[in-house]
Ligand binder design. Structure first.
Ligand code: C5P
Length: 231
């Protein structure tokens, strides 16, 4: 099975205070995005890696994210206006013969080899796999007026993380169809699900967090300090 990892990292990081895009933020001296790429490389089972960054950050990415850490990628492509467009740009740069595409957020540096292995195995079996966690808060659905519309049963709710892994042909088709039909989503799997193809959940970990807000940086520092203390 040839697996290509597509890493979307072209977000602006608008929920993070400061002007630096979050993927360039250094935690314990190493940019978050470099840490994510190292975690993917260390996992094994990934044959090609395509990194998607903002069009104006391509050179900076080479200089700050890749070169200082001896990281090489098989494709470094400019992203789009939303996450879906960035992932699609990465998918188009994947080698033609790849069997599976694994999408992993550039902002999730704590992914483990075990999670990656389980997600690849599940996708190889059923076609699609999403790493996810059972939600611990009760979820409310409301419109912009803040009036509650619905309280779904918590027992059936999962919070989607990445990696998300799909058969390459299926995932390409899902993107092409979504684009043609004007469907946009922040989630890769949603594009596949709407075509009726099966997707299996793979239990993730709370530590596989997406670094989004300043408090996530604090958490990342603690997790790294604990990891280094354990060595
Ligand atoms: O916005 P969100 O936190 O869901 O982004 C998840 C991942 O998608 C991040 O790694 C972010 O850099 C990436 N992204 C992207 N292109 C965009 C928006 C987000 O690659 N236009």
């Amino acid at each position: 099975m040839h697996v290509t990892a597509v890493v979307p990292a072209a977000g602006s990081g608008s929920r993070m205070a400061g002007s630096l895009p979050k993927q360039f933020l250094r935690v314990r001296g190493v940019p978050l995005l470099s840490r994510t790429l190292m975690a993917l490389r260390a996992a094994g089972g990934i044959d090609a890696l395509v990194l998607v960054v903002s069009p104006d950050q391509v050179d900076r990415c080479r200089q700050e994210i890749l070169r200082p850490f001896g990281l090489a990628v098989d494709g470094l492509v400019p992203g789009g206006a939303d996450r879906q467009a960035s992932v699609f740009a990465g998918v188009q740069a994947a080698p033609a013969g790849t069997d599976l595409i694994l999408v992993h957020d550039g902002a999730r540096p704590f992914v483990t080899p075990e999670i990656i292995r389980l997600a690849i195995a599940a996708a190889a079996e059923v076609g699609g796999a999403v790493v996810a966690l059972p939600v611990t808060d009760t979820i409310k659905r409301a419109e912009s007026d803040l009036r509650v519309q619905e309280t779904p049963r918590r027992e059936s709710l999962w919070a989607a993380q990445t990696p998300q892994v799909f058969r390459a042909a299926l995932f390409r088709e899902a993107h092409v169809r979504a684009n043609a039909e004007g469907f946009r989503s922040t989630d890769d799997s949603a594009l596949v699900e709407r075509l009726g193809f099966p997707v299996r959940l793979v239990p993730g970990s709370r530590e596989n967090l997406k670094i989004t807000t300043p408090s996530d940086i604090l958490l990342a520092e603690l997790l790294l300090a604990r990891g280094e203390a354990g060595r």
